[in-house]
Design a protein around this ligand. Structure first.
Ligand code: C2O
Length: 547
């Protein structure tokens, strides 16, 4: 075991983009933040120093955090935000995990700029990848540029304003979209390649809202991993990647030397709930440039990929459905419990409002509310959640019946208690209708098997027979198809409080979330240890916890 130590200084800086000076929160003065590179089995220490005026937390997206829920990071779920001028050291290990994950702020909407890649390489070196050894590895972080202040964005979402859209999309922090300041498309991201070489692109979708569809003119991808789990090599010319997901692909630079556009497309309807502009694409571009492109290459025309004509939701459905696990996983053949979770939108009343028209999102009619005084994990560990936090509700069990789940909305801090070692199946059901979009559901602290997905309403008698129990992909994000369902299975063997939420950022403050409270197991090594000594407090008075 090696100790890998990293430093993260969170601060604000002014960035002049698209004619505006915007104050953004960043880590180590970079956008995206630093890539953390570690080896499987390492123990990782990240000292986070908060020099910004707002509280922050960092989540290690996809890290399993076995017996280590304290380091998971979601604000008011596992910890209080690190207050301005305070620090916290995240300690975790990356045992049994390999591939591309990422880290991001998990408070308000700050993750739009506070994020970076987390790369875990095999212990015995890159020679032991289960695919041809790449000549070079390139992290490719897809994101969004927002003019709106991100704390203000959260307030608007909580107010029921769901139409907020980013100003542009980005590739590794560089604008690649139509720039209404300069009036041209900025192709700011350039990747130089050498003919004949193989590149491993480690793609992260760090956007708040956009599902991206990635193409490179004249090149094809071989997908080798998703969410840091190897998949059977899958060849395609189009990658579909939703917020929260990671995909590792091999690209061989075997086209005639020249310049090629890499295009990340997105559908604005995923940003806008009520006025979808179907069939319109927002495009973000970068350039793949061959090193030995002959002189005068400034004038070489850049080749564009053919844009897909099929509906993006269908493309995404097939892309995700085509992934299978490379290693033969042992899928639990039977389950202890099946939980049906209906994800959709509802309405609540603002004070004095009638009829109720404030839009919220929800799971089984409950719009999740974060606690405000004590993080759930702390309450769970020292007392019990229901006695220390108001508005707590047991997450409702419900039959797989859409009508049942389309009732009135209740606001509450919902939670589901789970006994140690329970095998759970969750079926997520998305709402009907042409304009509904894809909801990427992320569970903290666990990977799960994706058994099947389907369009329409889940039918328990019929759809269980379509489950892949042989080589289902193992992921940490389950993308609920547009008016469709997806079934996942996992064993709850990691004591703690684990957030389950949609990774579209506007769905978090608005309530499409719940938590799993996994109880301790019977032995000491299945029991959650006490918090670290520098565990943040919510008042920022002291970094030491005293009870
Ligand atoms: Cu990537 Cu709860 O987050």
């Amino acid at each position: 075991v090696r100790d890998r130590v990293a430093m993260g200084q969170v601060s604000q800086m002014k960035l002049d983009q698209l004619c505006n000076d915007t104050l953004v929160t960043v880590v180590n003065g970079q956008l995206p933040g630093p890539t953390i590179e570690v080896t499987e089995g390492d123990s990782v220490l990240v000292h986070v120093v908060n020099k910004s005026p707002n509280g922050v937390t960092i989540h290690w997206h996809g890290v399993k955090q076995q017996l280590n829920c304290w380091a998971d990071g979601p604000a008011m779920i596992t910890q209080c935000p690190i207050q301005p001028n305070k620090n916290f050291t995240y300690r975790f290990n990356v045992t049994g995990q390999e591939g591309t994950l990422w880290w991001h702020a998990h408070v308000s909407c700050l993750r739009a700029t506070v994020h970076g890649a987390l790369i875990i390489r095999p212990r015995s070196g890159p020679g032991s990848y289960p695919f041809p050894k790449p000549d070079k590895e390139i992290p490719l972080v897809l994101g969004e540029w927002w003019d709106t202040d991100l704390l203000e964005l959260e307030r608007r979402i909580k107010n029921g304003e769901m139409k907020e859209v980013p100003t542009s999309s980005t590739i590794n922090g560089k604008l690649g979209a139509f720039n209404n300041c300069s009036g041209v498309i900025a192709d700011d991201y350039v990747l130089n390649v050498e003919h004949g070489k193989t590149y491993l692109l480690r793609i992260v979708n760090a956007a708040l809202h956009a599902e991206f569809y990635l193409k490179i003119a004249g090149h094809i991808f071989t997908v080798v991993a998703a969410d840091a789990n190897y998949v059977k090599p899958y060849t395609t010319d189009l990658i579909a990647i939703s917020p929260g997901e990671t995909v590792d692909v091999l690209v061989v630079a075997n086209a005639p030397p020249g310049k090629y556009y890499m295009v990340a497309m997105t559908v604005p309807s995923q940003w806008i709930v009520e006025e979808p502009l179907l069939n319109t694409l927002v495009i973000s571009r970068g350039i793949i440039q061959y090193n030995n492109t002959s002189k005068g290459s400034e004038n070489t025309p850049v080749l564009s990929p053919e844009l897909p004509v099929d509906d993006m939701g269908n493309i995404s459905f097939y892309f995700h459905g085509n992934l299978t696990s490379l290693l033969m996983p042992s899928v639990p053949a039977s389950i202890d419990e099946r939980i049906f979770i209906d994800v959709d939108q509802g309405y609540i009343c603002k004070e004095g409002e009638s009829p109720c028209r404030t839009a919220v999102t929800r799971m089984n009619n409950i719009s999740f509310q974060l606690p405000t005084s004590v993080p759930l994990l702390q309450a769970h560990y020292y007392n019990n959640i229901s006695s220390s936090i108001s508005m707590v509700r047991e997450f409702p069990s419900s039959p797989p019946n859409i009508e049942f789940n389309r009732g009135n909305t209740m606001k509450a801090t919902s939670m589901r208690r789970v006994r140690y070692n329970t095998t759970l199946e969750i079926v997520f059901q998305g709402p009907p209708g042409e304009t509904s979009y894809l909801n990427p559901m992320h569970l903290h602290g666990h990977d799960f098997f994706i058994l099947a997905q389907g369009i329409g309403e889940y039918d328990p008698n019929k759809d269980v027979h379509t489950y892949n129990l042989v080589d289902p992909p193992v992921r940490n994000v389950a993308l609920v198809p547009r008016f469709g369902w997806i079934a996942i299975r996992f064993v709850a063997r990691n004591p703690g409080v684990w957030f389950l939420h949609c990774h579209l950022e506007k769905h978090v403050p608005s309530g499409m979330a719940t938590v799993f409270v996994v109880e301790d197991g019977p032995t000491l090594d299945t029991t959650l240890p006490p918090p670290p000594t520098d565990y943040p407090t919510c008042d920022g008075q002291s970094n030491k916890v005293s009870y």
